[in-house]
Ligand binder design. Structure first.
Ligand SMILES: O=C(O)CCC(=O)C(=O)O
Length: 280
């Protein structure tokens, strides 16, 4: 492992608060989590050919998005080229998350210089990731990790973690094609807030979740088939409004790609049921 940059040598842009979520907000988030039905998405479209050398696969974890839904089969938000037909308008934040978002936005505006974010930056998008074990009959498989990647939404990303702590790493390549050098790692604790911003942490290095502990015995009551959740992570991001479209305004191909997910969501969400109805 490459030696970690000393604190004084680290590029600016990181913030970590282990005790961000207070007990009342925590309880309100748990209550909200009990109302959602996360879904399993496939990484690629079921209808279009997969990219060269890639096989269709299910994501390792069930997900839920707020603000806008970036379906994996539409390949997420990737400016500058990949911005159209990627972000589908989704449910608003529940009051408890809207309250946390306000605190995060205030903190970001206080802590970071204007050049760390685009004009209009705010947390208008949230990916809720469930981490835990996949259950198939008597078989239990720990799939609580995320491979190295970048979040392409512009500006700071804020991440709130609940449940078992996770080992979060920033990694970079030492050889072409590899992403093998850990430049910084951080345990993300129950109730914590992590923010990362700036060119180095957002654009230069990748990040990943290497593993999620079992120590605390955390188990969430979340309605998703074949899965036991021991950690939930919320990443708050910014997507310019002009790139967020209602389902009915998606291009035909994209609409066909995500229709089955919209239908699954609509089974338990009036909001998505209305979005589907508006299309007809
Ligand atoms: O679960 C985490 O802490 C990080 C999740 C993540 O990397 C992402 O949502 O892009």
């Amino acid at each position: 492992m490459k030696t970690l940059p000393r604190r004084s040598e680290r590029p600016p842009g990181l913030h970590y608060d282990p005790g961000f979520v207070g007990p009342r907000d925590y309880a309100a988030i748990l209550a909200w989590l009990g109302t959602i039905h996360p879904i399993w998405e496939n990484r690629f479209s079921d209808r279009r050919p997969q990219p060269e050398g890639q096989a269709q696969r299910q994501l390792l974890r069930p997900v839920y998005w707020l603000g806008n839904w970036q379906f994996a089969c539409l390949d997420y938000y990737r400016p500058p080229a990949g911005v159209e037909n990627r972000c589908v308008k989704a449910e608003p934040f529940p009051p408890v998350l809207a309250k946390l978002v306000k605190r995060i936005e205030d903190l970001v505006h206080r802590k970071y210089p204007p050049e760390a974010m685009p004009d209009g930056w705010r947390c208008n998008t949230c990916l809720v990731n469930m981490y835990g074990d996949r259950l198939e009959g008597k078989k239990r498989t720990d799939v609580a990790r995320v491979g190295e990647h970048k979040d392409f939404e512009p500006g700071p990303v804020a991440s709130v973690s609940l449940g078992e702590r996770a080992l979060f790493q920033f990694v970079e390549s030492t050889r072409p094609g590899s992403r093998d050098a850990v430049v910084l790692q951080q345990w993300l604790d129950d109730g914590s807030l992590q923010i990362f911003a700036g060119r180095y942490w957002k654009q230069q290095v990748f990040h990943r979740v290497q593993r999620v502990d079992h120590c605390a015995g955390a188990k969430f009551d979340i309605k998703v088939d074949g899965f036991e959740t021991r950690r939930v992570n919320f990443t708050f991001r910014y997507v310019p409004d002009k790139h967020v479209v209602p389902f009915r305004e998606l291009a035909t191909e994209a609409k066909e790609d995500v229709k089955r997910y919209m239908e699954a969501l609509a089974q338990h969400s009036e909001w998505f049921a209305d979005a589907l109805e508006a299309e007809e």
